[in-house]
Design a protein around this ligand. Structure first.
Ligand SMILES: [Fe+2]
Length: 399
């Protein structure tokens, strides 16, 4: 039993191999979607970890079974498998074909929104600047030795966002975004101090931190000692992310951030920032992990606010952002996929949209969203996905 009944042995073998490759892509894709949806939700960490192991088992075991069959039978035929497994393989093959076509389509059509210009990238290895080691612990040092690990290769990404009818006092407004700092103790404070020096060099008007600031209670004091060094002329704002829930007492965490000079953007209120004669309004969204954003009232002052910006940990809140008519959304959470395969790109991203919005700048009607790759992670490993420090400069669009 096989789909291809071709008489030329070479062509038939080629098609069978191609079919198995599509099965592998579809099989992995199905379970990546399950993984991404679970990580986009607010289920407790212990249950999430359990589902990760189950998914790993479900992904790996069929691949090993097929590999063993190929090894011992030297056969590419599907007839040797149980009928239900054959049907699963056919479904995976069709899905694998769909994923491949979608990947090609996205590669051909992904581009920056017309209102956004990428004005530069500057990348350097922070370890190369410092004499002391930046990784602590056996696991971090093992990961740090993996070839092509970019966990300490800071990439500064600069963009300009052009808004029609922008108030002249906001032309040139500079916003620095830091996301996903993940204070675990694996990457030492000196790394973050260099990041903050670079952020301050941008001479920002506003600094936004978009969640996943801390994973480990032992690093609570870092929040004040490190983040208080950030400088911004008109304020420093933050939202929390899913990893911040590892802190047992939310109020202790928020007090530490307040002591560092940071204001919570996601307290259910609009925050008005007068700049010259103009008004900037910001708000925050920590859904689905912290729910204060549900208390945010519709913006009654909309016609009078010259620029509305949202800090959101997850890019999945883009629909909420559009409902509230934000001009610009700063998001994080997805780490750009963190480990990207050559040519293929990212395959795992904790979002309902999978890897579609895992990094980069996107336009949805009048709302633009930038998804930052983050500065760190739970584990210090990044392949083809360096940590990101973002500068967005707001510009008056040409009439
Ligand atoms: Fe994160």
């Amino acid at each position: 039993m096989w789909l291809f009944n071709l008489h030329t042995p070479f062509i038939a073998t080629l098609m069978q191999w191609l079919s198995w490759i599509l099965v592998l892509i579809g099989h992995t894709g199905i379970w990546c979607i399950v993984f991404n949806h679970i990580h986009a939700s607010s289920i407790p960490r212990r249950q999430r970890k359990l589902t990760e192991l189950l998914i790993l088992f479900v992904v790996v075991v069929p691949v090993l079974v097929v590999a063993a069959k190929l090894l011992f039978d030297f056969s590419l035929q599907m007839a040797g498998f149980a009928v239900w497994l054959q049907w699963y393989f056919y479904a995976a093959m069709v899905f694998g074909f769909f994923l491949t076509m979608r990947w090609v389509y996205r590669r051909l059509t992904t581009h920056l929104p017309p209102t956004v210009t990428h004005t530069g990238t500057r990348r350097f290895n922070i370890q190369g600047r410092l004499s002391q080691p930046l990784l602590a612990g056996t696991k971090a040092n093992i990961l740090g030795r993996i070839p092509f690990n970019q966990a300490l290769d800071l990439s500064e990404e600069c963009f300009e966002f052009s808004k029609p009818n922008l108030h002249p006092d906001l032309d040139g407004l500079r916003i620095v975004q830091l996301s996903d700092l993940h204070f675990t103790g694996c990457i030492l404070p000196e790394y973050f101090q260099v990041v903050i020096e670079q952020a301050n060099r941008f001479d920002p008007d506003l600094v936004f931190l978009t969640g996943d600031l801390i994973d480990n209670e032992r690093c609570l004091d870092w929040l004040e000692s490190i983040l208080s060094q950030l400088q911004a002329k008109h304020g420093k704002y933050y939202v929390l992310g899913n990893h911040d829930r590892r802190m047992e007492d939310e109020s202790v965490l928020r007090n530490k951030l307040r002591a560092a000079g940071l204001t919570s953007a996601a307290d259910g209120n609009w925050h008005d920032i007068p700049i010259g004669q103009a008004l900037v309004r910001i708000a925050g969204n920590e859904l689905p992990w912290y729910v204060h954003a549900n208390e945010l009232q519709p913006d009654a002052r909309m016609p009078n606010s010259d620029l509305k910006m949202l800090l959101s940990h997850s890019p999945d809140q883009i629909g909420w952002a559009r409902q509230h008519q934000f001009d610009f959304v700063f998001a994080g959470h997805t780490h750009g996929g963190q480990i990207r395969l050559p040519l293929v790109g990212p395959i795992v991203s904790p979002s309902r949209h999978g890897v579609k919005y895992c990094a980069g700048t996107f336009q949805f009607g009048d709302t633009v969203m930038h998804v930052n790759r983050g500065l760190s992670a739970d584990e210090p490993i990044r392949i083809l996905c360096p940590p990101e420090l973002t500068l967005v400069t707001i510009r008056q669009a040409d009439p």
